[in-house]
Design a protein around this ligand. Sequence first.
Ligand code: GCU
Length: 418
Amino acid sequence: MRKSIGLLLTLCWCASAQKTEAITDEAKVPAYTLPAVLALKSGQPVTDAKSWTTKRRPEILAIYEAEVYGKSPARPPKLNYEVKSVEKQALGGKATRKIVTIFFSDKPDAPKMDLLLYLPAAAAKPAPVILGLSFGGIHTVANDPGVPLAEQWTRDNRKQPSAEKSRGGEASRWQVEKILAAGYGLATVYYEQIEPDFAGGMKYGIRPLFFKPGQTEPEPGDWGAVAAWAWGASRAMDYLEKDKDVDARRVGLIGHSRLGKAAIWAGAQDARFTFIISNESGEGGAAISRRDYGERTTALNTRFPHWFDGNYKKYNDRENEMPFDSHMALALMAPRGLYVASAEGDQWSDPKGEFLGAANASPVWELFGKKGIGTMTMPDLHEPVGDSVRYHIRAGKHDVTEYDWEQYLKFAKAQWGR
Ligand code: GCU
């Protein structure tokens, strides 16, 4: 992870005077009680799919808009895009490669993003596609000299032309050849073209396009950067719906880490995503916030003040007062597919908390006659569990690996039926 933190910080996060250490010992985790996912605010139990869809789901979505990610603008009436290139013999003849620029506004200097799309060369019909938010410019996704180098934001928050040596820098995280061999396409967009990821990066991203006259800073309830990245994923989906080579009824969304948080929020709001994959999304993502293990709300809000709605800061050191928890956010995907994954070496993201988020969301799928995780016991390493909701934990560090993709491709096949 480009911006991952060192072990020291992970184990000793001096976020506030009251709380100096992140717990990574299961025996020290205090007891907590989760809010009920299947009860209305009034207390009335939710026992059927219709009441979930028409009553409880909108309640939870509204809570997350007001308290966590902030309210996103609606889908723009028109999508402006330009197909920059189409190469039919990419990746040694295995793929058709398209590069498409998506414009967020008519203003000439407004942000725009480049979408890289690989489709299986031999596809006889429109291909299902996995869309991903990526941490690097599109040239980092595969070792493909045909993709032009993109400008990227650097650690000191400057935009610079990328060096040739960064080409393919994320290739192991995307497993393009495996995806193509499964008969699917891969689309990626670089998240910092939607909003650069540093406090103060907002002014270079899309949020100011939606400010009220005279507004210069977000107000409580306004969307944060995570929601902006999620919104960008939906704009990529707008394009995929227009591409005749894409089976737009079969598009899944993947995000890793902070982009896993964004994928959860994108999937919650945009029902066109037939599944989402949260890879090690951790706190503010799939992990149960009430579990005092690994990263906590104060650390998140302090180190990344631009990620969430300002109201989320109310819950610093007050997780037990949240009228929500991650199982409720994950349940917003029902009855579509949900995959949550963890890594043993990524205790900061709280693997067990991620599992419990998915497990406690699962009863909502049962209302639709689908099977969720099917167990409340955390599985062993490399033992994926569940059906429409799946979970695995693998050995190794915070990353997206070949093993992860092997599981995601099996899940995609089960979800898509092809
Ligand atoms: C930090 C942060 C996490 C986040 C991760 C990432 O570790 O504390 O919440 O998921 O960065 O995006 O890499």
